[in-house]
Write a protein that binds this ligand. Structure first.
Ligand SMILES: [Zn+2]
Length: 88
């Protein structure tokens, strides 16, 4: 472990995203998480896309017949669906 280094790698960032979105990220991790956002535009894009996907997933829940927009990366959809399965 690298407790003395507060910086997250992109992989750690991705692992913490779900906790972040659920609001269950510990304060110290949350600080590192936000620091990573400031340093890593690709992760900002990823997080933004995940938020959009989650919103769409909510809509899909309300309107199960609606199709997902075709420009949504399939990997993101799978990730959201997988996390929903785990958390329910
Ligand atoms: Zn990153």
């Amino acid at each position: 472990m690298t407790d003395q280094n507060p910086e997250l790698t992109c992989q750690q960032f991705v692992e913490f995203i779900r906790d972040h979105m659920e609001g269950s990220l510990p304060a110290d991790v949350s600080a590192s998480f936000k620091a990573h956002i400031a340093l890593c535009p690709p992760c900002v894009d990823y997080l933004d896309a995940l938020h959009k996907t989650r919103d769409i997933a909510k809509l899909a829940c309300t309107h199960p017949d609606d199709e997902l927009p075709p420009d949504l990366p399939e990997g993101l959809v799978r990730a959201v669906l997988a996390s929903r399965r785990k958390s329910s």
